[in-house]
Write a protein that binds this ligand. Structure first.
Ligand code: GLY
Length: 428
């Protein structure tokens, strides 16, 4: 007797006489159909500060499954208590509870899994995979996801490390008004927190054609420096000194104080996304995160949303995101990039066009765009790749970079849409 699963399978549909034309639902550019697998595997991801990218590359050379290799990099971050944006040691929500999100897509089997708002389980990237391996579902959230993880053998533990708890205490004691409550940017009630600092006008063409026509740097707006005035720099400096004293009172070790202070001034939107293709052209992608620091309990960002935080299509390529999750969900960023590549855009152009859609969602209003941040990591099935970023520098003024391994490991600068750096949000 056929099971429900059998009945839903492609084989059953074919047996029932339902013809499925290849590529019936997608306009795949001829140039994309003709792409060949790369000569060597390619991995694109965030800089991890460990050896997992090199190890994952070796796994691919040795014939490992692409999702196993991708997850190897994710696991390195989830297991590192010093990475406060992912897994164990992730910064908590406003109530001091760590909630993790992850999703993944396995190109060869066209499988996808996702979990969101998971407490007490550190390796959520693997739990996301177990969802499709052990159930007929794609996405589980909250307590149900945690119970599922326990059922399939994951251990439970308190994910709030002492380091992360103290940083959360520093936020509680210093910034209880600096939170994610209040009208969102698209609400008529929203007020520009930097109204005293007029935003420059963008001169990028928001409705133009392919991104080859983009001018990535807006000459009219010019760079938007993070500390544009001496007064502002002094405000930040004074705030940092106060926070540093409070951090000392909370017994945050001297070596960790600067990081803790930065987390209060510029809450982490860390996250890691990994996309990879092997020499057979098999593709996988995964994203894992603890989400926005100090978020409201239950908040899901883009990382567990298939099509936003991660999207992989075996015919085309894979993409994923780190940065302002809410903005990325609204443009279905990873899916948009893959679909644009399907239509023939290069990884770079597909990424830049998706960034431009984020800018367009705010009608180019720089009072809002200067509060946003977004990076995409992209690989096409032939191994062409790109890292693109909304801004060329981070909130702390460092250049935006990503890691790539295509036989040689290196760190490259992101291509970017706007020159300058986002402002801290929420503001203090
Ligand atoms: N991009 C990570 C988040 O918004 O949660």
């Amino acid at each position: 007797m056929a099971t429900r699963r059998d009945f839903l399978s492609l084989g059953a549909m074919t047996a029932a006489g339902i013809a499925i034309a290849p590529n019936a639902s997608a306009q795949t550019a001829e140039s994309v159909k003709q792409l060949k697998p790369p000569a060597k595997p390619v991995i694109v991801t965030r800089v991890t500060g460990d050896n997992t990218i090199q190890e994952a590359y070796k796994m691919l050379l040795d014939g490992a499954d692409t999702l196993d290799a991708v997850h190897h990099v994710c696991l390195g971050r989830e297991n590192d208590p010093k990475d406060h944006s992912v897994g164990l040691g992730g910064l908590p929500n406003e109530e001091g509870v760590v909630e993790l999100d992850s999703c993944c897509m396995h190109g060869p089997s066209r499988s996808a899994g996702s979990v969101g708002g998971v407490q007490n389980i550190r390796n959520v990237c693997q739990v996301a995979r177990k969802v499709y391996e052990h159930t007929s579902h794609v996405m589980l959230v909250g307590k149900g996801a945690e119970r599922f993880a326990v059922a399939v053998g994951f251990p439970t533990e308190n994910l709030l490390t002492e380091d992360a708890r103290k940083i959360w205490m520093l936020w509680k004691e210093s910034n209880s008004q600096m939170d994610w409550w209040g009208p969102g940017m698209t609400s008529p009630q929203w007020k520009d927190p930097y109204a005293d600092r007029p935003a420059p006008k963008p001169t990028i063409d928001l409705h133009g054609g392919p991104s080859s026509q983009l001018r990535p740097v807006s000459p009219g707006s010019g760079p938007i420096p993070h500390h544009p005035t001496a007064e502002w720099a002094e405000t930040i400096r004074a705030r940092a000194v106060t926070l540093s004293r409070m951090a000392a009172d909370l017994d945050i070790p001297a070596a960790n104080r600067q990081f803790a202070v930065e987390q209060i001034l510029w809450p982490s939107t860390g996250t890691i996304h990994v996309s990879a293709v092997n020499a057979k052209g098999e593709i996988s992608g995964a994203t894992t995160t603890s989400g926005l620091a100090w978020k409201l309990p239950g908040r899901l960002g883009d990382s567990p949303i298939l099509g936003a935080g991660c999207y992989t299509d075996q015919d085309v390529g894979s993409a994923g995101a780190t940065g302002s999750g809410e903005e990325n969900i609204k443009v279905a960023g990873a899916h948009t990039i893959v679909e644009l590549m399907r239509q023939g855009l290069s990884p770079h152009d597909a990424g830049m066009e998706t960034l431009r859609r984020i800018v367009r969602n705010h009608n180019g209003d720089m009072t809002k765009i200067r509060l946003l941040d977004m990076q995409y990591y992209i690989v096409r099935k032939d191994g062409a790749y790109a890292g693109v970023s909304l801004w060329n520098t981070s909130a702390t003024g460092k250049p935006r970079v990503f890691a790539v391994h295509d036989g040689t490991y290196r760190v490259e600068k992101h291509a970017y849409l706007l020159e300058g750096t986002p402002l801290d949000w929420p503001p203090f």
